[in-house]
Ligand binder design. Sequence first.
Ligand code: WT7
Length: 667
Amino acid sequence: MQRLEVLARQLTAGAAVEDRTPLLATKNDYDTMYKRSIQDPEGFWGEMALGYHWDRKFPARGHMAANTDIRRGPVSIQFFAGGTTNMSYNCLDRWVAAGRGEQAALIWEGNDENERRTVSYRELLAEVNRLSNWLKSRGVKKGDAVTIYLPMVPELPAAMLACARVGAVHSVVFAGFSADSLAQRMVDCNAKVLLTATGVMRGTKPVLLKTIADDAVKLAAKAGQETSSVLCLEVANALAAADTPWNPVRDVWWHAAVPMQSAECEPTWLDSEDRSFLLYTSGSTGKPKGVVHCVGGYMVGVGVSCRYLYDMRPGDVVFTTADCGWITGHSYLAYGPLLCGCSSVIMGGIPTHPDGGRAWRMVERYKVRQFYTAPTLLRSLLQLGDAWPRQSDLSSLRVLASAGEPMNEHAWHWFHEVVGSSRCPVVDTWWQTETGNAMLIPLPCKWFQAKAGSAGVPFFGVCPVVLDPTTGNEICTTEAEGVLALRGVWPGMMRTLHGDHERFESAYFAPYKGYYFTGDGCRRDADGHYWITGRVDDVINVSGHRIGTAEVESALTEHPDCAEAAVIGVDHALKGQAIYAFVTLRGHVQTSDAMRKLLMDHVRKSIGPFAVPEVIHWAPGLPKTRSGKIMRRVLRKIASGEEKELGDISTLAEPGVVDMLIKLRGK
Ligand code: WT7
């Protein structure tokens, strides 16, 4: 226990900078801490949380409570109850006070490699304070939702931190989403304030964000949600302020309104269980779910995971390629590295622009220590050849992390051998928007034997179980294969779905009573390492972007010429999975390539470019059971040309449909 306290204290500001004593130096260290985290989660996390500033301390005992068994009543989770804190204070003020004010907090490069900006901790704190004061001046109060629709510029993490400072609940919407999707998210959480930008260059393509934001504001108003203020950042090279559509009553220029605010702003001390942010993600059915994270638990979960799982220490330079529109950007680009006193590198462009060396030159330029990316990006970079990484000095790298989708062995070896010169551990972590922080991880420790393609072992407090999908029973043997579920609770866990606690319970806690259902399949090997085998529900993972088949289907069927649609995921060499849609047109409509394009454009407009189906397969009918359920299993076989392995199709209402679909493949 004493040792734990020492470790917890090391987390605080002012800890010896050069102290690189390895954490979890032996297997026994991990085993001991892990065991304690499961046996006494309240005591364990209580001590871990001491590494952060609490304005009012939570009691050592009685701060934690949880029920995850719906048979015993509503699902509820709380950590550090009774304590008050503020994440922006822990990310910024604490480090400025500890003498790190001049250190870079954010290091940014734009789409054009010569656009560079470094923001020190002191400057970031001042900017966050000004923005906080602006939010207050617009009437934003604790608990109010604020939508952020910004490209990858330093102002994006600053906006998140400003919300955190005043207790507003941010909802960052990835700037690749369409006006419809943005509007839907603004309406769902009643956001009155929107932060956006003129536009952004992505590679050689300008994206006019303000125009999309304006459309979204109109759509939201139609749905009864008025937007009172739109704060707009002028991003050079994309669209000049003068050419930006403007509504003088509602729109405010960032450069006119924010700099004149005071650079002082007292943080609002929030209860540990107050809401921190919302992040919308896809489920297997229905509209996107607003995952709710709370202040104290999220902060401690993310901070401690950065420290132990990615070895982040004050002064380290962390480069995460994820966009802040997704959870990886929240946890491991914005909050996590700043909670650890690191410098976080932001890449505003795309890693293959202007060439395949972009990311590696950035690693060299900033002496990046932790590089955190996703398998899709690795696959696209490795295709461009080994010469690119070899042209840069990558010797500063120590930890190579990845998350979001299964990592194939080829990508793993390339990452390990070519990027890391076989020196750095590859940390392929499994987790989800809902879990807040990394859950399964090959530990970046010398003693840990990582295996290419495996997500390793559980993080503190994580109790993975493998369930038999048919009986729902736990498979207790070490070697096991089935559905991945989690027992118990951890601080970074989501607390509910915004406005729909019932859906929260039915989606995650009803399928297997007493457990949190992840939606993933997995295998546990003889060494107790976990291997994720992919989603077992109707969620597709395209380039690490999570998309519900139901969302794409509903976008397709919104088109007046589309009678019915069934969407599945198929293997794709680069993207991991691609979207494959079977479409039945209305009786009078002819199939044609022009029709295909219309439907694809419709999905682009309705969700965003990343959700556009790769293939549209014309379907005069769909294989359904007699009760009308679409047999996706059959569709998957047809799409992949494995019609010899269709399995039992005796329950199909119209078996003739299958032959018809096979004939139409590629037509
Ligand atoms: C889904 C969650 C990791 C946070 C960003 C994505 C898949 C995630 C891995 C991995 C295989 C993975 C799962 C999971 N996934 N990490 N290391 N290996 N699959 O968060 O958008 O909420 O998606 O991503 O299917 O359920 P997300």
